[in-house]
Design a protein around this ligand. Structure first.
Ligand code: SF4
Length: 466
């Protein structure tokens, strides 16, 4: 398999610790059963994860000027886009397919709806340039084969690795706390830089508010429903929701696929009353937004999800953030940011139904439950607030280092077990949020990329050399 390495090189000061992002992870993601679905790739494209500069399969330079809007109905995937190719600007649609052959197989070549397509994006690694993309009026469409390795990051459904203690375990004990903490800090700083670059890319394409909205939706989806929450925030952009404040909740629950006859029929009377109020708004939008063919439905991961983390509660929280958006966005500005104020704001988010319901079908709880509790807020701080704040003002790094680690991050627990199992100073190495983020970075870059059961992993050698 011919996959090129990820585009962004590691910063020079980290190269001694971190190898270039491995292609093995990307390859593993392409194995049957490990492949992110088409919706995930569309979301990654629209978020700008593939960049905007490309070479077509015939060797021409192509730049995306405008990513347009994501079409969830019939026709090409992205409409009203703008590109430059061979010094000429073209406007039109962009279609993303798994494979070059899908253009013909899906009937796009004879469908006038695809006539204005300006780029045919392909994920496939198995087709070559002899598969031409032609419109129904016989115009050749430039093809771009996407570099999946360059866009590969941490997918929410990335496969779990076995939590076995690794070969580096003894090295970290030998080199001592100071050096081990130095390696962790380098990893955490690198992770912040990567997140900041990604947020900046999305802000450049969609504006700061929409970037914040998508990033917060992604953090609310952690860990099992990041993709559907992100896609929900892309299908229903912030400006659509803030322009219809009375309908925003119905739109979010309707587009998510949770406003169904089944939900209603199996609900108790209190839930039915609340659902009825949503239906009163939703029916006017249903034809435009309802999930179903040709719109790919959102796939919620409910298996193993704790009731408190059910996506229905996350959507309720997203709606409350939309409702209080001007306050929320003001709190995230570097000049206003104070963790205490953010906690106070989160504690003030209430909903008459969701304060006491885990899901649409659960019995109400006796006690009210926070819709944006400290664990979820830590996720937002790690993935949204500090990646935006630290590049603006380096002094925020100190505040970031003080945040305690939330307790429910499975992946960082696996990483801690691999690197530090039985370490006498385990709490000092894993007790803070930044350390948890550092462990995730090492786990993704080394453990998930390793296919030698630690034997060929460069981490032990590099750590020992410190
Ligand atoms: S793969 Fe590398 S970093 Fe991960 S546990 Fe093994 S030696 Fe340590």
């Amino acid at each position: 398999m011919n996959l090129s390495p990820a585009a962004a090189p590691y910063p020079a000061f980290l190269t001694e610790f971190f190898p270039a992002p491995a292609t093995t992870l990307a390859e593993s993601m392409l194995l049957p059963g490990r492949e992110p679905d088409e919706l995930a790739w569309q979301s990654r494209w629209f978020a700008g994860d593939f960049g905007r500069e490309f070479l077509t399969t015939s060797g021409e330079r192509l730049t995306i000027i405008d990513f347009g809007w994501w079409n969830h109905g019939a026709g090409p995937d992205f409409r009203d886009c703008a590109i430059t190719i061979a010094g000429e600007t073209r406007r039109g649609s962009i279609e993303l397919d798994r494979d070059a052959r899908d253009w013909d197989l899906h009937g796009h070549s004879s469908n006038p709806a695809y006539r204005d397509t300006v780029v045919h994006l392909q994920l496939g690694q198995h087709t070559s340039g002899e598969w031409f993309t032609r419109t129904d009026d016989h115009r050749l469409v430039p093809q771009v084969r996407l570099d999946l390795a360059a866009a590969m990051g941490s997918f929410s459904d990335s496969p779990p690795a076995p939590a076995r203690p690794g070969r580096c375990l003894h090295i970290f004990r030998q080199i001592g706390m100071e050096k081990t903490l130095g390696i962790l800090e380098a990893a955490a700083r690198y992770r912040i830089e990567r997140k900041a670059a990604r947020l900046q890319r999305t802000a450049t394409i969609h504006g700061r508010d929409q970037m914040l909205f998508q990033a917060v939706a992604d953090a609310l989806g952690y860990s099992r429903n990041r993709l559907p929450l992100t896609v929900l925030s892309q299908r229903l952009p912030l400006r659509t929701l803030t322009a219809r404040p009375a309908d925003a909740e119905a739109l979010l629950f309707g587009v998510s696929g949770f406003l169904t006859n089944d939900s209603f029929n199996h609900a108790d009377e209190e839930t039915r009353t609340w659902l009825r109020s949503l239906w009163d708004q939703w029916w006017r939008y249903r034809d435009t937004y309802a999930p179903g063919l040709p719109r790919l439905p959102l796939k919620w991961n409910l298996t193993g999800t704790r009731p408190l983390n059910h996506p229905q509660r996350r959507i309720a929280t997203l709606h409350l953030l939309v409702r209080h958006w001007p306050t929320f966005r003001r709190l995230l500005q570097p000049e206003n940011f104070q963790e205490k104020a953010l906690h106070t704001f989160a504690g003030g988010l209430h909903h008459p139904y969701w304060d006491r319901h885990y899901t649409l079908h659960a019995l109400p709880s006796a006690k009210p439950m926070a819709l944006l509790g400290s664990t979820r807020l830590a996720e937002i701080m790690a993935n949204v607030c500090y990646p935006l704040l630290i590049p603006e003002d380096a002094s925020f790094w100190k505040a970031y280092q003080k945040i305690p680690a939330p307790g429910d991050n499975e992946k960082s627990r696996r990483a801690a077990l691999r690197l530090f199992a039985g370490h006498p100073d385990l709490t000092q190495l894993t007790g803070k949020l930044w350390q948890q983020q550092a462990l995730l970075q090492i786990y993704e870059d080394f453990c998930l990329a390793d296919e030698s059961d630690c034997a060929s992993c460069p981490m032990p050698g590099q750590a020992a050399a410190q």
